[in-house]
Structures are given as structure tokens and as C-alpha cells.
Ligand binder design. Structure first.
Ligand code: UDP
Length: 239
């Protein structure tokens, strides 16, 4: 497969066309942003961690019956994916209160909720990805009711799969963000699953093992990203 012209450059990835119209070529960058682009920086070799971790987790998810855009790894920083049209939604799944939810509801980070919480945001950087509900999604035609129903089922399924998977690696899955795409009328999981898009806390020490180390200047940013990838790839049980 040939890598052709760049279609789009995002905050963390570049998307290229290929000589197969049904496939995109994704390149993961080391660039890091936070607080809607206000904080900018770079995390050495983050692109490698996120590329490899997304590939691994998409395979795990796919094997459990949730269709994903992942096709194959090209090298350390690049992968081939299905050419989807991304739905303008960020789907946030929360097991433990943290980040913006803890702030909004005045909860201590780490508060264990009775149930998993699903949130939708409208994917628009200029607006700061505002939170919306299913009425907004239908009224603005961001996705159909059938698509939303499927997205909810998939998001909760991904949560069950990943919670158990990370637990085996000594990591608690606190919350994460998913994006879905339309692939010839079919809803499939797209974007990435990485320490940029998940909150992961060490099960024993509760150390933050994710992008909060960058957002909040907690130190050990690069080494923590590396450790998460090592835990996922070495296959040993940390629990
Ligand atoms: N998240 C993300 N991209 C975004 C917003 C959130 O990947 O644009 C992830 C974030 O890493 C966390 C979860 O979604 O795992 C919930 O984020 P939250 O709403 O608490 O926002 P934050 O505190 O990160 O601003």
C-alpha cells in the first residue's frame, strides 16, 4: 500500500490517503496538548506508545465483537485503518469520578459511582467540545437514533473488556473517550485508545499513569507512558 497526500493534521496524529480509497494511513505524533489546546508540549516517543497501544487494544476489542477501524501496523509510529467518516461526537465512559466530572459535581477525584456514566460531547475545538445529550444529537442530526443506540452498546462493551484487561495489568480504568466512524453505513470504533484518551491509575498505589501527568505537571511523563506500554505487552500480571 502507498502513502499518498496528507488529508488532515490533528493535535496528535496525521491522516494520509492511500492508493486504496477504503484505507487511511495514520501517523502518531509526539505532540501533546491539553485544556483545549491552551497547553502545548511534546512527550518523547508518545507517538510510538499510542500507536502500539491502540493497535493492541483495538485487536482485543475487535476479538470481543466490537468492530474497529484498525487494519494493521506499518511501523512503530504508523498504522493502516479503515477510511471512516468520523461522527462529530466524543463518547466519554466513566467508572470513577475524575477530571471535569469531579469538578462539575464537586466530587473528590476517586469517588466511586454506583453505575457507569456515559457522556456525549459535540466534537468542535472552537467550541471547546461542549457536553450534549441525545436530544441535541437527534435535533442537530449529529448521528441517527440507531447509531446512538449502537454507540452506547459498543461503548459499554468496550468498557467491560478494557476494565478487565487493564485490571490484569495492575491498572484501574477510571474513564476514557471514544470516537466512532461511519464506514459504508456501519458504525465502527475509530480514533485511538491510549494514555492520552484514558485515565489509568495504578491499582496498588493509585499513581496516575496517563496524560494527567502532562496536564498537571506531575513529572515522569515519558517513563509513565513507556511503563503502561510495557505492562500491556509483557503479559505478566501485576494485580
Ligand atoms: N478526553 C479525551 N479528549 C478530550 C476530552 C477528554 O481523550 O478532548 C478523555 C480524558 O483523557 C479522560 C476522559 O476523556 O480520560 C474524561 O475527560 P474529562 O471530561 O474529565 O476532561 P478533562 O478533565 O480531561 O478535561
Amino acid at each position: 500500500m502507498k502513502k499518498l497526500e496528507m488529508l488532515y493534521e490533528g493535535k496528535a496524529k496525521r491522516v494520509y490517503k492511500t492508493d486504496d480509497v477504503t484505507k487511511y494511513w495514520i501517523e502518531y505524533k509526539d505532540d501533546a496538548t491539553a485544556f483545549n489546546g491552551e497547553k502545548k508540549g511534546s512527550i518523547h516517543d508518545k507517538g510510538i506508545v499510542n500507536n502500539k497501544m491502540s493497535a493492541l487494544l483495538f485487536k482485543v476489542v475487535e476479538a470481543s465483537g466490537v468492530p474497529t477501524h484498525f487494519e494493521s501496523l506499518v511501523n512503530d509510529r504508523e498504522q493502516i485503518v479503515k477510511a471512516v467518516k468520523i461522527l462529530p461526537l466524543e463518547v466519554i465512559v466513566r467508572n470513577v469520578a475524575a477530571g471535569s466530572l469531579a469538578k462539575r459535581l464537586g466530587l473528590e477525584e476517586g469517588y466511586t459511582m454506583n453505575e457507569t456514566v456515559l457522556e456525549f460531547c459535540y466534537k468542535d475545538d472552537a467550541l471547546g467540545d461542549p457536553m450534549i445529550n441525545e436530544y441535541h444529537i437527534a435535533a442537530m442530526n449529529f448521528a441517527s437514533k440507531d447509531q446512538v443506540a449502537l454507540i452506547k452498546t459498543y461503548a459499554l462493551k468496550v468498557n467491560e473488556i478494557l476494565k478487565a484487561y487493564f485490571m490484569d495489568k495492575g491498572l484501574n480504568l477510571i474513564d476514557f473517550k471514544l470516537e466512532f466512524g461511519d464506514y459504508n453505513g456501519e458504525v465502527i470504533l475509530a480514533d485511538e485508545i491510549s494514555p492520552d484518551t484514558c485515565r489509568l491509575w495504578d491499582s496498588q498505589t493509585h499513581k496516575k499513569m496517563d496524560k494527567d501527568r502532562f496536564r498537571r505537571d506531575l513529572g515522569d511523563v515519558e517513563s509513565t507512558y513507556q511503563e503502561v506500554l510495557e505492562r500491556l505487552t509483557e503479559g505478566s500480571t501485576h494485580a
